[in-house]
Structures are given as structure tokens and as C-alpha cells.
Write a protein that binds this ligand. Structure first.
Ligand SMILES: Cc1cc2nc3c(=O)[nH]c(=O)nc-3n(C[C@H](O)[C@H](O)[C@H](O)COP(=O)(O)OP(=O)(O)OC[C@H]3O[C@@H](n4cnc5c(N)ncnc54)[C@H](O)[C@@H]3O)c2cc1C
Length: 354
């Protein structure tokens, strides 16, 4: 009998599994051939403490120490950019992200391809970092295995029953005391299978294009650039530039791919702010960011059955919140007093949505 059966081999499932493997037996079931195949393998890999609603910011802050002490972060910086007709949105974003306004010439000194004719406002935060997401995922999986747990791929859960304990059918059959639902875009589907009421978790597509470095610049030390109102962003990545239209279009759970029209419109919004034309897209992809109706994570046992624990609704914050979110999931699953403030625990609870 497994103590904690975790459904989903993305960052949510692996981080929760690593925490729980110190206290009981853990098995992670992932449907695909590889861990992190869906959202967790497609993210922009940014850590920005001020990004997200208050409960997400609380998780970001509580996660920082883990990332720093394990050397997972590299300084990146975040630059907010706005046109002359976006002054109000610029001020709003500036306040929410806690950024400092800089002059357009200073912005150009950091990113020489910015267009001084369209960029009217700029702000900079040095508190944004690249996360080594692959190493984070692999290290959590390693911790589970080191604690005698199992991480299994090609195990798509197709049936869940309860008869005193959980009976879960995938490529093999499993019996467990507790299920952790970390199925990302499929979290509601997994809940339904287990006879638990869904929470209205909505997958939202976000597309990404990889472009050659503009004018052949060395982009390594450029900050991530964000259009006011999160209408596009661009981020250096291994000598290239990733550009996203920042869309959040609701879709059914599926193996996501970029929407050509949405991508073209987003690239045009980016192109307006720079002097270098987009001549070639080397590759593109999309991932699903899955949100609860109120936009923040859902962490902890379901009130209708405490042996069904949610770790869902990670939205666009699944990596930067993972260390603290997984700690909270483990605290609640083990019946320990959470380290996180009670108001935040409640804002992240399942019962807030019931
Ligand atoms: C374009 C993009 C940019 C992003 N940028 C950032 C960023 O900069 N910083 C940040 O912190 N976050 C970012 N995110 C968000 C982050 O990637 C997600 O929040 C996070 O990866 C979600 O992790 P997860 O484990 O919940 O989901 P997933 O990684 O999708 O994992 C869920 C897993 O469950 C499996 N599964 C589903 N159903 C079953 C079943 N029945 N049986 C077995 N397995 C099943 C799936 O195969 C999947 O692998 C971004 C996301 C996208 C798409």
C-alpha cells in the first residue's frame, strides 16, 4: 500500500512528492514518456517575487531561500516597456511589480534594439532571475528516488475507485492511502475520475516563438522585456530571443501548440517596440497555464474527502511557487501546522472555491 500516490509528473507533482517522500512511501505516475512534458517543460523559467496575486507573491517570497540556497537562479532582470498611450497601464504595472522607472536612454543602454520612437516609458527590476527548471525537476525526482519512492512514466491514470483506500488503474494497478492530484490541465478530469467535484480549473494557452538574436547582438545579459499590461514579452534564451504574445486563451486540456495568428499578432506588438524586424521564427510552441476561477493555486485536502489532496491551478507561477507550495501541500497532507500565514493558507485552500 502506497502512502502518497501522486498523479502528474510536472513540477507540482515532483515537488510535492519530494517533500512527502521524507515522511511516507511515494509513487508518482506520469502519463507521458518523459517528466515535465507538458506545462513544466514549456515555461519561460522566470522567478520574479512580485509577479502574481497576493497569495502567489507570498509563495514566491517563501520559495526564494530554497532557490538561492540550491543555486537554481541566475540574475536576469525585468524591463517594463510602454508606448505613449499606455501611461495608466504602465503606472499600474509599475506599482504591482514594485519596479523603478528608468529613462528611455537608460533602457536603450541595456537593450540597444529598443525603438526610441515608440518606447515612451520604461522601468526596471533587478529582482528577476532565470530558474534552472530542468535541474529543479530532476533534483525533486532524485529526492523521491533517494527516499525509496518511485517515479513512473507511461502510467496514464484511467480509473480511480475507493474501497476503504484508493484503487488506481494506469498501465499497472496501484493502491494508496492518499492521492495527490497534480495533473495540471487535467486536474478536474482526475478529480471527476475519483468522484470528487471539479473546481473549474481552466487551461489557458500561451504561445512562444524562438527568434535569432536581433541584429546578431549578444543578448545574454539583456533583461526580460514585458509589454505594459502583459501584452507580449521577450526573453533571452541560449543566445536567442523567446517572444510570447502573452495570450491566455481558454482551451480544453490537450498537447498544446502555438496558434499562428495569435503568434503573428504578438510578434507584431513586440516588433513595434524594437528597430529590428522579425525576419525568421526558428521554432514555436505553446503550453497550458491552468487557473482556478480566482486565479490562484489550490493546495490541500478536499473537504469532501481529506485523502484526496489538490496541488493544482499553478497558472503562470508553477515554478517560482513550487518550493513553498509543495511545503504547504506536504504540511496539510501530513496534518502538520503550515509554515505559511493562516490567511494565505485559506486563500489557497480548496474550501474557498466550494
Ligand atoms: C509559456 C509558458 C510560460 C511560463 N512561464 C513561467 C515562468 O516564467 N515562471 C513560472 O513559475 N511558471 C511559468 N509558467 C507556468 C508553469 O510552467 C506551470 O505553472 C507549471 O509547469 C505547472 O506545473 P504542473 O506540474 O501543475 O503541470 P504540468 O507540467 O502540465 O504537469 C501535469 C502532468 O500531469 C500529467 N497527467 C495529466 N493527467 C494524467 C493522468 N490521468 N495520469 C497520469 N498523468 C497525468 C500530465 O501528462 C502532465 O505531465 C509558464 C507556463 C507556460 C505555458
Amino acid at each position: 500500500m502506497i502512502d502518497f500516490l501522486i498523479i502528474g509528473g510536472g513540477i507540482a507533482g515532483l515537488s510535492a512528492g519530494a517533500r512527502l517522500s521524507e515522511h511516507g512511501s511515494v509513487t508518482v505516475l506520469e502519463a507521458e514518456d518523459a517528466l515535465g512534458y507538458h506545462a513544466s517543460g514549456r515555461s519561460a523559467a522566470l522567478f520574479e517575487e512580485g509577479y502574481g496575486p497576493p497569495s502567489v507573491v507570498a509563495l514566491n517570497k517563501a520559495s526564494a531561500e530554497f532557490f538561492f540556497s540550491n543555486d537554481y537562479l541566475t540574475p536576469r532582470g525585468l524591463m517594463l516597456l510602454a508606448k505613449s498611450d499606455q501611461a495608466d497601464q504602465f503606472r499600474k504595472d509599475l506599482g504591482e511589480l514594485g519596479m523603478a522607472e528608468i529613462s528611455v536612454p537608460d533602457a536603450l543602454a541595456r537593450v540597444p534594439v529598443l525603438n526610441p520612437e515608440t518606447v515612451a516609458y520604461a522601468a526596471l527590476s533587478e529582482g528577476a532571475y532565470d530558474i534552472d527548471t530542468d535541474r529543479v525537476l530532476q533534483d525533486f525526482a532524485r529526492t523521491i528516488r533517494a527516499n525509496a519512492g518511485s517515479v513512473l512514466t507511461r502510467q496514464k491514470v484511467t480509473r480511480i475507485r475507493k474501497d476503504g483506500h484508493w484503487l488506481v488503474e494506469a498501465a499497472e494497478a496501484f493502491q494508496a492511502r492518499t492521492i495527490v492530484n497534480a495533473a495540471g490541465a487535467w486536474a478536474d478530469e482526475v478529480a471527476r475520475m475519483a468522484g470528487i467535484a471539479p473546481l473549474g480549473i481552466t487551461p489557458r494557452r500561451r504561445s512562444m516563438a524562438r527568434l535569432p538574436a536581433p541584429w546578431g547582438h549578444d543578448v545574454k545579459n539583456w533583461p526580460m522585456m514585458l509589454g505594459a499590461g502583459e501584452t507580449w514579452y521577450a526573453k533571452p534564451d541560449a543566445g536567442k530571443l523567446l517572444v510570447s504574445p502573452s495570450e491566455a486563451d481558454p482551451v480544453e486540456p490537450h498537447d498544446a501548440y502555438a496558434d499562428d495568428m495569435v503568434l503573428a499578432e504578438g510578434l507584431a506588438r513586440y516588433e513595434e517596440m524594437v528597430t529590428s524586424p522579425v525576419t525568421r521564427v526558428e521554432t514555436n510552441w505553446a503550453g497550458l497555464r491552468s487557473f482556478a476561477p480566482d486565479g490562484t493555486l489550490v493546495l490541500g485536502p478536499d473537504p469532501s474527502d481529506e485523502s484526496f489532496v489538490w496541488s493544482a491551478g499553478q497558472g503562470g507561477y508553477g515554478f517560482q511557487t513550487a518550493p513553498a507550495a509543495s511545503r504547504l501541500v506536504a504540511d496539510l497532507a501530513l496534518g502538520r501546522a503550515p509554515e505559511l500565514d493562516a490567511a494565505m493558507v485559506s486563500a489557497l485552500s480548496v474550501s474557498r472555491l466550494r
